[in-house]
Design a binder for this molecule. Structure first.
Ligand SMILES: Cc1ncc(COP(=O)(O)O)c(C=O)c1O
Length: 445
């Protein structure tokens, strides 16, 4: 019996996340990672653009991060009491770097960070409603487990990603169209007194890349301020990846709370929630704070060491310069390639993140624009890419990432492999079976 078969006997579906079961790749077993690469149990090598959904901004097994973790491990393990110097230094750096962060708490995942952000918002405002946007993902917990990648007939009504969520919880989340200023104004006009929080990915990367308009972000800031609602930027993907200060630094809009994760520790299990001190002081980490906050592994020394080493490297080396240059090159040359092949696409993204939608332009601004994307082409060419050792996740609308470990030679290979993959995909008409290739929506309720 193969390892993958053994996995399926004892692990539901054979993988430890619903986002890892990929049609056509159910026998894949990963054995090694290094830099921009991973290897499987049959010895195949892949250039990794999936990047675990985003954490390894420096590349896999970054030597400086690994050395920092090893050094921490040699002297310190988890005690579950008080604080360590590493936690203080990391919090000081986050407060210095991220415009909205005055005080910050660490969690082990991004989902925990967004969970605590929303609970805090409800606690301080005494209000019920949370606003999210169609296409944004904020983790697996009930308040936000809806309307990510929705089928066309499920847009505009609650579309939970899971069964088992109480209807009254779904009812307490309003789902609006991203970049729709009028929809935001209307929601605040109708429900402003009851909106505890507005949460968004400032760039919704869970559906590839929808770039926000300045007007949209400014309107959110204005309406939240006016109504006394808490504006939460979920920068779990964009934090550190797009700038050390997150996308808020790029956009020049300061939210009340910010959630971080993924790239801030280059792959170690981390989340963080930070923001206005007057809000953060409500957490029970301060004696008497009424908003309960706990987590056995919060601030784990290994993770803190990984995050601190990541920050140091991002500050000292031209990481952003490198990944932004490669990202610009990938987007420019992919665009030229598809023009030459006469295949209508939109190649978009930001910095180190890129995605090709198989649809005519202009660049999409909201999830419903993405309904024009041809999923069978999107998934079909990626399946062909994987066959050539270039790993872009063959799931609909998923983005790809570059790291500091990727080189121009990797990009050369990506472009060559893309040309062959698209040619093969056009010849066979794309993926004909799209079952389980859109993984964030459509649970029956
Ligand atoms: C924007 C965003 N927020 C929150 C999360 C949840 O983070 P985690 O998977 O670490 O719980 C994710 C995960 O993909 C994410 O992309």
């Amino acid at each position: 019996m193969t390892l993958a078969e053994r996995a399926r006997r004892v692990i539901p579906g054979g993988v430890n996340s619903g986002q890892r079961s990929i049609p056509g790749l159910t026998d894949l077993v990963i054995t090694r990672t290094q830099g921009s690469r991973f290897w499987d149990s049959t010895g195949r090598e892949f250039t990794d653009y999936h990047a675990a959904f985003g954490p390894p901004l420096l590349g896999h097994n970054d030597p400086d991060v690994a050395a920092a973790v090893a050094a921490a491990r040699a002297s310190l393990s988890l005690t579950g009491v008080a604080v360590t110097e590493g936690e203080v230094l990391l919090a000081e750096q986050l407060a210095e770097l991220v415009p909205s962060i005055e005080k910050v708490l660490l969690t082990s995942t991004g989902s925990e960070a967004t969970f605590h952000a929303l609970r805090l918002a409800r606690a301080v405002t005494g209000r019920r409603l949370v606003v999210k946007f169609q296409g944004c993902y904020h983790g697996w917990h009930d308040a936000v487990s809806l309307n990510v990648i929705s089928a066309p007939d499920r847009i505009g009504r609650p579309d939970p990603t899971s069964t088992g969520i109480l209807p009254e919880v779904l009812d307490a989340t309003l789902v609006l169209r991203f970049n729709d200023v009028e929809a935001v104004r209307r929601a605040f006009a109708d429900h402003g007194d009851d909106i505890a929080a507005v949460i968004l990915e400032p760039v919704p990367h869970n559906v590839g890349a929808l770039l926000p308009t300045d007007d949209f972000l400014r309107t959110l800031r204005e309406e939240c301020t006016r109504a006394g609602s808490v504006l939460v930027f979920d920068e779990v993907i964009t934090g550190f990846r797009h700038a050390l200060g997150g996308y808020q630094e790029v956009a020049g809009i300061v939210p009340d709370l910010t959630t971080l994760g993924k790239a801030i520790a280059n792959g170690a299990p981390v989340g963080a929630l930070g923001g206005r001190a007057d809000l953060m002081e409500h957490f029970s980490s301060r004696p008497g704070g009424p908003v309960f906050f706990a987590g056995t592994y919060n601030g784990h020394p290994d993770v803190v060491a990984a995050a601190s080493a990541t920050v140091r490297k991002l500050r000292e080396e031209p990481v952003h310069e490198h990944v932004f240059r490669l990202g610009d090159r990938v987007r420019r040359e992919l665009d030229a390639l598809y023009r030459r092949l006469d295949v209508p696409v939109v190649v978009t993204g930001f910095g180190s993140v890129f995605v090709t939608y198989f649809m005519p332009g202009p660049a999409p601004r909201s999830y419903d624009d993405l309904l024009a994307n041809d999923a069978s082409r999107f998934v079909g060419y990626r399946r062909r890419l994987v066959e050539q050792g270039v790993f872009e996740l063959p799931l609909n609308l998923k983005r790809s990432h570059l790291s500091y470990a990727h080189t121009d030679a990797d990009v050369d290979r990506l472009l060559e492999a893309t040309e062959r993959a698209v040619g093969a995909m056009l010849a066979d008409g794309g993926a004909d079976d799209l079952r389980h290739t859109s993984t964030m929506g459509g649970a029956r309720h």
